[in-house]
Design a binder for this molecule. Structure first.
Ligand code: ASP
Length: 369
């Protein structure tokens, strides 16, 4: 699969990705060492093809049912995903870096009310939007992350600033915002993040909590569950890109989970959990963050590629559809390797997602289609 995907055209690659979404990645019965040998032989025998540059994005995974998604809403989400893909593509097409493409794609989704990041972020238990984001440069393994920020319109920009303008990797809360101010970053009123839909989700969650668990400790709550629709709607956004120079980057941005408490931080800004990139493999995740942190999902996928020689799609499939499923962790990932192979597995009923290659045609999907 490695050889056929990497030497095929982008449309083959997209088709392969979408086929994987439909059918899942059939588990191979060959031994790990045989597969590793095969992968190595392909690399030695075949002249290394020019990397197929491109971009893959997600806008969150969860219980996304056709009944609960109106045609108008679906069209709007699809349009926003296509716009995000095109923004990233424009950067890559002019020879820009994968880091810039990831930032551009995430910006579009952070500015849209349809995703749980930036403008559409969910509310925490106290009715406040607290945002997390991370970005990582696969070429250098430089990384930047922020958590719990309340006044930053595009947290992905602040994460990048942490990476490029500080000696640190992660900053949180007031400290992260003081750093943003020191760098002259735009400051927005928290009202900017208000959307009626997210507010009503919080009200329903609070009501349900009062009815059913008046004295339960916070740890017994189910963050992200909409008690009326029964839906887990995560909605985090992420992007992974490979540029014409063969460099990978990954980024993720989120409002976290509705009704989160006590400064809770999910996986998105945790390098190796929700976001990871190295010279050969890059991943952005979405789902129930606590599981993604404990199973170091993004790094686990890339480690299987690195140490076991597994094709990217197989590594991602095992982690999302086996390891996470057994643990009870709902969600999905987007991932790309340095040869341009793409995979987008998820174990929930839907994941907003899309991919774009050199031809500039956006491919968007929501359900298991
Ligand atoms: N992973 C995010 C978190 O746990 C939520 C999401 O993906 O929507 O904070």
């Amino acid at each position: 699969m490695l050889a056929s995907l990497s030497s095929g055209s982008w449309s083959h690659l997209v088709a392969a990705s979408l086929v994987m979404l439909t059918w899942g990645c059939a588990a191979s019965t060959r031994s790990v060492s045989a597969k590793r040998d095969e992968a190595m032989m392909h690399e030695e025998a075949a002249p290394r093809p020019k990397p197929k540059w491109g971009l893959v994005i997600h806008g969150g995974a969860g219980v996304i049912s056709r009944e609960n998604l109106s045609p108008e809403r679906e069209a709007a989400v699809r349009a926003a995903l296509a716009q995000s893909l095109q923004a990233g593509h424009a950067v890559l097409a002019r020879g820009g870096s994968s880091l810039d493409a990831v930032s551009a794609a995430i910006h579009v989704m952070e500015d849209s009310p349809y995703f749980n990041a930036g403008k559409g972020a969910v509310f925490n238990h106290d009715g406040v939007n607290e945002l997390d984001a991370a970005i990582m440069d696969g070429r250098t393994r430089a990384a930047g992350a922020v958590a719990g920020v309340r006044h930053i319109r595009n947290p992905i920009d602040l994460a990048r600033m942490v990476m490029e303008k500080s000696p640190h990797v992660m900053m949180v809360g007031d400290g992260a915002e003081a750093f943003a101010r020191s760098q002259g970053m735009e400051w927005v009123d928290p009202k900017y993040f208000y959307t009626e839909e997210r507010w009503q989700s919080l009200q329903r969650a609070l009501e349900k909590e009062r009815e059913t668990q008046p004295s339960a400790p916070a740890s017994s709550l189910t963050p992200g569950l909409d008690p009326v629709t029964g839906d887990h709607k995560f909605g985090t956004v992420g992007a992974v890109a490979l540029d014409a120079s063969g460099n990978l980057a990954a980024g993720t941005s989120t409002g976290g989970m509705t009704n989160k408490r006590f400064g809770r931080v999910g996986d998105s800004p945790v390098i190796g959990a929700g976001t990871y990139a190295d010279p050969r493999c890059a991943v952005s995740a979405t789902g129930h963050g606590e599981f993604f942190i404990r199973y170091t999902v993004a790094r686990d996928i890339c480690a299987r590629v690195e140490y076991q020689g597994l094709p990217l799609a197989e590594a991602a499939h095992v982690v999302v559809n086996d390891v996470l499923v057994k643990a009870g962790g709902e969600g999905g990932v987007i991932a790309m390797d340095h040869q341009g192979n793409v995979t987008m597995p998820f174990n929930s009923s839907g994941m907003y997602r899309g991919v774009i290659g050199e031809d500039g045609v956006p491919h968007v999907a929501i359900f298991q289609e």
